[in-house]
Every structure is written in structure tokens, then in C-alpha cells.
Design a protein. Structure first.
Length: 187
């Protein structure tokens, strides 16, 4: 491995560790809320997804479900809703619960990327980490676009959870832009 490959792998690891420290307070707030942010079926899918980019797909789908429920609750047909419930579990909870879920899901996704950065070989870091970060950053952009209009409608704890979810999404986007250009994914 040449000097630049080592530098690139070290840069990715350092960047991901910095992200973790930025979102650690969110984890504490979500735990105080006292609810699992994933359904049992979603958690099983996360455990079954061994490749980091596939795991990110599960986190993204889980967050997408909640964002859709928050912003366009009647979008799915009854048949689509039934299929989704069979595959991913029933999505329940108040608006505060769903906002907390989104923040927690993004936080867990970041933690998974950070863990992979610390426990995988340089070849995996060079390939899968940027791909996973790119997927997560693209989804985070969609989440921000969908959730920002809720700011005017929310107050109190709901507003705090919304801001936490938006902050987590923004942190992901910023981290992705700081990846070395030679390792950024191109879809």
C-alpha cells in the first residue's frame, strides 16, 4: 500500500470519528425517549445485512418510511402499506416518536459507518465506506428537503427532535463532502 492510500484510509477514519463525536449527544436524547427507533423486522434486516452499503439501504428505507409518514401520511395504498408492514414491521407512534426515530436511525447509521472504519481493512474502507457515505448523504438531502417545512408547525420536544434529525442529516452531508476526492463514490 502506498503513502497516498494509507493517508486516504486514515483521513476517512478520522473524519468518521469526528462525526461520531458530533452526534453522540443525540444518542443520549433518543435513549431518554425510551423507544426503539427500528421495528423488530427492520432491526433483523440490519443484522442480516453484512455489507455496509446494504446496511445503509436498510437504515435509509427505515428513515424514508418515517419521513413519509410525517410529511405525506396518506401516500401509500392500503395494499402497499400491508406489504410494507409485512416486510418491515408496523410503524406506530406519535409525531414525536417518528421524529425521534429518524434522528436515532441516522445516528445508528453514522455509528455503523464509524465502527466499520475502525474494524475493517483498508481495501474495504477505500471501497465500501465512501459508497455507504454517499448513499446516506443522498438520502439525508432528501430528508432535509422533506422535513424542513415542518419547522413552522412544531414546537417543544417535537421541534427539538426535528432539529436533531436535521442536524444529523446535515452532519452526514458535510462529512461526505470532506471525503478525499479520489475515494468519493460515483453511484
Amino acid at each position: 500500500m502506498n503513502f497516498y492510500q494509507k493517508l486516504s484510509a486514515a483521513s476517512i477514519t478520522l473524519l468518521l470519528v469526528m462525526i461520531l463525536f458530533c452526534v453522540a449527544p443525540a444518542r443520549a436524547r433518543n435513549l431518554q425517549h425510551g423507544r426503539d427507533h427500528l421495528t423488530d423486522q427492520e432491526a433483523d434486516l440490519v443484522r442480516d445485512a453484512q455489507a455496509l452499503d446494504l446496511r445503509m439501504d436498510v437504515f435509509i428505507k427505515a428513515a424514508d418510511r418515517r419521513v413519509l409518514r410525517l410529511t405525506k401520511p396518506n401516500t401509500l395504498t392500503p395494499k402497499q402499506q400491508q406489504q410494507e408492514t409485512e416486510t418491515l414491521g408496523e410503524l406506530t407512534g406519535t409525531r414525536l416518536d417518528l421524529l425521534s426515530d429518524v434522528a436515532g436511525i441516522l445516528d445508528e447509521a453514522i455509528t455503523n459507518i464509524d465502527d466499520a472504519a475502525g474494524h475493517t481493512g483498508n481495501a474495504v474502507k477505500a471501497k465500501l465506506l465512501p459508497k455507504a457515505m454517499h448513499k446516506l448523504a443522498e438520502a439525508s438531502k432528501r430528508f432535509i428537503t422533506a422535513l424542513e417545512p415542518l419547522r413552522d408547525q412544531l414546537q417543544g420536544q417535537e421541534r427539538e427532535m426535528l432539529e436533531q434529525a436535521l442536524e444529523n442529516a446535515q452532519s452526514i452531508i458535510q462529512a461526505e463532502t470532506k471525503l478525499p476526492s479520489t475515494t468519493q463514490s460515483s453511484h
